[in-house]
Design a protein around this ligand. Structure first.
Ligand code: ATP
Length: 449
């Protein structure tokens, strides 16, 4: 994180510049739900694209899929979510506020869905009132499918995308005729009725996950686990995260989920402390075995090399888009003094920047409008871009710096004579003059290489 970034500054920038809004704000909002504005949706899409490119497009052993959010409810019985996907909840008898009991011990440190720690806190952190005994609260959102609202029509919004992959394992294997190791990747919405959502978009009730289930032969699982931990950690660094703000932590035995043999977390140094961005778990053969048992279907893999039927082990890198969104913003946020003024700048990696190029006519003078519009039309075909002619050129540069636009193209009066424009670079503020005929190539060199 930049030393200058605070959650307050980020929330304010996100609202002001159309990155993130509180959901249904005009009605007072709703806790744990957020909307992404015109620039936010671009950043979010760019994070997803960078992930997909690294884990699907550039690899020869991972394919993608996109499963439905609502699934047959037996999925959640088999996965264990109906029985165990619960957090301990306590209420304050005085002020009636509700808390996640394990989180009271340390909001950030508490990541296990268990109630071991709950006994340690007995007083309300807000008013000092007495707390109730912890009760387990299932985090899955319930709904009904079809016209009748009875027990037979109950369904759930998925709390993770992973199960949509496990139940399709056999389909994907047959359809792609692949051999192990094989990864299946998916990006999609997940829903958790978190007891205490908060820290801006860090903990939400609706969020996007990017998950890979990487199926391997038993016995090779530990080696593949290490591979994915390194791959995923390096992905954050490649996208410009500062090394001092990202770390990998191996979970202690007592922090592991019931199905996991071993888990690592990629953590980011948020203002509230080191917190999980991504979990990379060795889920063993737990899920496939459970789904085979509950569905009665054969989910084994025939290993041609040994002539044996095996149940693959699974390595699962699982990241939350919204958390990454917040971490990338915090990390990119910077303020610097330029000629006696504070310049707010998002030093986002060019692949993540919501707008790649801004086209700025030097003034609103009529003569500049046609060439500036022509330049914008040229650029728009290749990259997300903006046209801005309001206020002084200096203020317009600042507006682009503040949302991380890597390049500005300025059209001035000389353009009318020399058919050239100025490219201004965000971080160095350096300017170079290039002919319009070579503009796309010059931008491509800076944005794509
Ligand atoms: P936590 O301990 O923070 O509740 P978790 O260990 O339950 O998280 P996982 O089930 O491992 O989280 O989910 C994988 C990833 O999904 C997390 O690393 C995180 O990036 C994201 N994620 C999980 N819950 C939320 C949430 N409520 N809001 C936003 N992102 C989330």
């Amino acid at each position: 994180m930049s030393t200058k970034a605070t959650v307050e500054k980020l929330v304010s920038l996100c609202k002001r510049r159309g990155l993130v809004f509180q959901s249904s704000e005009i009605y007072g909002g709703i806790g744990g739900f957020w909307d992404y504005g015109p620039l936010g949706v671009e950043l979010k899409n760019n994070i997803k694209q960078a992930w997909w490119k690294a884990v699907v497009q550039e690899r020869d052993d991972v394919v993608g899929q996109d499963a439905a959010i609502v699934m047959n409810p037996t999925v959640w019985r088999a996965s264990g979510h109906l029985d165990t996907f619960a957090d301990p909840m306590v209420d304050c008898k005085e002020c009636k506020k509700r808390f996640r009991a394990d989180a009271l011990v340390g909001e950030v440190a508490a990541s296990a869905h268990g109630h071991e720690a709950a006994a340690e806190v007995t007083r309300c952190p807000e008013c000092g009132g007495e707390l109730t005994e912890p009760r387990m609260f299932n985090l899955m959102f319930k709904t009904y499918v079809g016209a009748v609202e009875d027990d037979a029509s109950v369904a759930y919004l998925r709390p993770e995308t992973a199960q949509g992959i496990f139940v399709n394992f056999a389909n994907v294997l047959t359809a792609t005729r692949r051999k192990l190791p094989l990864g299946i990747a998916q990006i999609g919405k997940a829903f958790r009725n978190e007891i205490t959502p908060g820290n801006f978009i860090f903990r939400d009730r609706e969020f996007d996950q990017m998950e890979i289930e990487y199926f391997v032969k038993p016995g090779t699982d530990e080696q593949w686990h290490q591979h994915w931990v390194e791959e995923r950690y390096n992905w954050y660094l490649r996208l410009g995260m500062r090394k001092e703000n990202v770390r990998v932590r191996q979970l202690d035995r007592d922090e592991l989920a019931h199905y996991a043999k071993d888990t690592y977390e990629v953590e980011y140094l948020f203002p509230m402390g080191w917190s999980e961005l991504e979990g990379i778990a060795n889920r063993t053969d737990f899920d496939l075995r459970r789904h085979a048992e509950f569905s009665g279907r054969d989910l084994e893999y025939f290993d041609e090399e040994t002539g044996e039927h095996i149940v693959p082990f699974v390595i699962e890198p699982s990241a939350g888009v919204d958390r990454l969104f917040m971490a990338f913003l915090m990390d990119a946020y910077d303020e610097e003094e330029v000629r006696g003024e504070t310049r707010v700048i998002l030093r986002l990696h060019k692949d993540l920047a919501p707008i790649k190029v801004a086209v700025l006519p030097l003034s609103r003078q009529e003569k500049l409008v046609p060439p500036a519009r022509e330049v914008w039309a040229l650029v728009r075909k290749h990259w997300m871009s903006q046209y801005d002619d309001a206020q002084s050129i200096g203020r317009r540069y600042r507006r682009q710096d503040e949302v991380g636009t890597p390049l500005c193209v300025t059209v001035d009066f000389d353009t009318l004579e020399d058919q050239a424009v100025t490219i201004r670079e965000r971080d160095s503020m350096e300017q170079v003059r290039v002919p319009i005929a070579g503009l796309v190539a010059a931008l491509r060199e800076r944005l794509e290489e």
